[in-house]
Unconditional design. Structure first.
Ligand SMILES: [Zn+2]
Length: 218
């Protein structure tokens, strides 16, 4: 269990990143604050969120603010449920990348085995049912999926990714949007060619040696 989480949101609370630390020393916190600001700018530059302003706030693992500052975002519950389910996770990134969010808004998971690299890195990217932010629905919608996946689409909302470091979680967010773009183009061209079961099995075996996530089955 992580003792606290740093959280940062934009004016619209659409940029939310939380990072837990097992080393609460001040110097480590400053490193984390700088990383949050740095990756927050990158999310904005990539067009994954509309703004990056706002101050950091420190919360405990129940989502209660433990430092002076602005109020905690209503989306903190999404981050906390992931930390609770995944002791290996120390960073969570939540954003609204437009293409992946478009799939999520159409009720489409990113589970078609089109790219070997994606199967090797993320496996499948499931879709969590819609949940009203700030309610118990958020935890129950994400909980069954985040146990076996590092990235989850959120219906009619966006994407959440998890990682051992903030950079891991950030890169997974980039990967999700990249794969969503590929899927969109393949659908527009009209002839997606999913990998065969044999090829998929080979990739799953290779991946199981490196990753814990489950790739899509046939
Ligand atoms: Zn959001």
């Amino acid at each position: 269990m992580h003792p606290t989480a740093l959280e940062k949101s934009g004016f619209t609370t659409t940029l939310n990143m939380a990072l837990s630390s097992t080393a609460p020393e001040r110097s480590a916190e400053m490193v984390h604050r700088k990383q949050l600001a740095r990756f927050g700018k990158w999310l904005y530059r990539l067009g994954f969120v509309p703004g990056t302003a706002g101050n950091l706030v420190v919360v405990d693992m129940q989502g209660r603010r433990v430092s002076e500052g602005r109020n905690v975002t209503s989306e903190i519950g999404m981050h906390l449920v992931i930390y609770q389910q995944r002791p290996d996770v120390q960073a969570v990134v939540h954003a609204h990348p437009p293409i992946a969010t478009g799939f999520a808004s159409c009720g489409l998971a990113l589970v078609e085995p089109l790219c070997s690299e994606i199967i090797m890195s993320l496996g499948s990217i499931p879709l969590a049912p819609y949940a009203t932010t700030g309610t118990e629905e958020v935890a129950s919608s994400i909980q069954p999926l985040i146990v076996d996946h590092d990235a989850v689409l959120l219906a009619n909302h966006g994407v959440v990714t998890a990682g051992h470091t903030l950079q891991d979680a950030f890169m997974r967010m980039e990967t999700v949007e990249h794969f969503a773009h590929i899927c969109l183009v393949a659908r527009q061209l009209g002839c997606p060619q999913p990998l065969s079961c044999d090829r998929l099995q080979q990739l799953e075996e290779a991946r199981s040696r490196y990753q814990r996530n489950a790739a899509p089955g046939c």
